[in-house]
Design a protein around this ligand. Structure first.
Ligand SMILES: Cc1cc2nc3c(=O)[nH]c(=O)nc-3n(C[C@H](O)[C@H](O)[C@H](O)COP(=O)(O)OP(=O)(O)OC[C@H]3O[C@@H](n4cnc5c(N)ncnc54)[C@H](O)[C@@H]3O)c2cc1C
Length: 277
């Protein structure tokens, strides 16, 4: 019986396990190795680590966790989570693990608009977040393939950064091809646009079903509802990272820094609530 099982080994889950481990509570971290930013070579906007690869960040995180005797890291997919505070059961292919409390940090899955060639550039020359990847296209022409008002908002955000922007609906683009260190957008009406990179909007859904299995409240955004201390609506179940946010904000602040911060809150609350019980 662990004090806490953390499901997910991205930045939120790794930080939650670090926080619990530093308090000498037993914690098992289970990680299926499917990271939202798996294709990203350089992540940005993370103080002291600006430009480092996410894979390297995870490697460093795992190395840091290895220094704590009460932390166990295991690779493998969780299939179900059941039970209640004081007696959760987490099932993997290797068997059933038990814990008093659970931290969910299983992230989100992204589906890109169905433009041929777009998904293959995801995290490289195609991105979603202007804060994370806008500066890398400074002084260049970019494409913004987003429906509706959101595309205009990205354009306004990036106006001081880039040279110019080509806005279109994803449905207007026949294909995206890499050419000479940039991208060519082949247009359905004919012709083509050359850009350095593209911003688009993915449709994001929960990567794992555990919040639903446990009966946690889900917000209209599709995020798991947490309170300011990272508690879900189910006692003993905490959540952090991209999968969770407060009801008062429209969606999660999707960033490494935010994931780390919310993972820390979830882990700390799991420790603190146990002594208050
Ligand atoms: C293309 C792209 C570029 C980005 N660039 C930046 C950037 O430059 N800077 C920045 O700050 N942010 C960036 N982000 C956002 C950032 O990557 C996310 O906010 C962050 O990775 C979220 O961390 P997380 O721990 O919540 O989820 P994830 O990193 O997705 O981790 C989820 C974890 O849950 C595990 N998991 C899921 N299901 C199961 C299961 N059934 N059993 C066991 N484990 C499971 C996965 O294996 C994984 O370990 C980018 C995102 C994308 C998509």
């Amino acid at each position: 019986m662990y004090d806490v099982i953390v499901i997910g080994g991205g930045p939120a889950g790794l930080q939650a396990a670090l926080t619990v481990g530093r308090m000498h509570r037993t914690v098992l971290l289970l990680d299926s190795g499917e990271y939202r930013n798996a294709t990203v070579e350089h992540a940005h906007n993370l103080l002291t680590n600006d430009g480092r690869s996410p894979a390297e960040l995870r490697r460093i995180g795992r190395t840091e966790l290895a220094a704590y005797d009460t932390v166990v890291l295991r690779t493998g997919a969780v299939t179900t989570v059941a039970g209640e505070i004081g007696g959760f059961e987490v099932t993997t292919a290797q068997g059933v693990e038990r814990a008093h409390r659970i931290v969910l940090a299983t992230g989100m899955r992204d589906e890109l608009p169905p433009v041929p060639g777009l998904a293959g550039q995801w995290g490289r020359r195609v991105a979603q977040c202007p804060f994370c990847h806008g500066h890398e296209f400074a002084g260049e022409r970019i494409g913004i393939l987003v429906d509706g008002e959101h595309g205009a908002m990205i354009e306004r955000m990036l106006r001081p950064v880039v040279a110019s922007a080509f806005l279109a609906r994803p449905a207007d683009v026949a294909a995206v091809t890499e050419v000479d260190g940039g991208l060519e957008l082949e247009l359905l009406r004919g012709g083509a646009e050359r850009v350095a990179g593209v911003f688009t909007a993915a449709t994001s859904t929960q990567r794992a079903p555990f919040a639903e299995q446990l009966g946690c409240g889900i917000l209209p955004s599709g995020g798991v509802e947490i309170d300011p201390l990272g508690r879900t609506t189910v006692p003993g179940v905490y959540a952090g990272g991209d999968m969770a946010h407060l009801a008062v904000v429209p969606g999660p602040m999707v960033s490494l820094a935010a994931a780390i911060a919310s993972g820390q809150l979830a882990g700390a609350s799991a420790v603190r609530d146990a002594i208050m019980a």
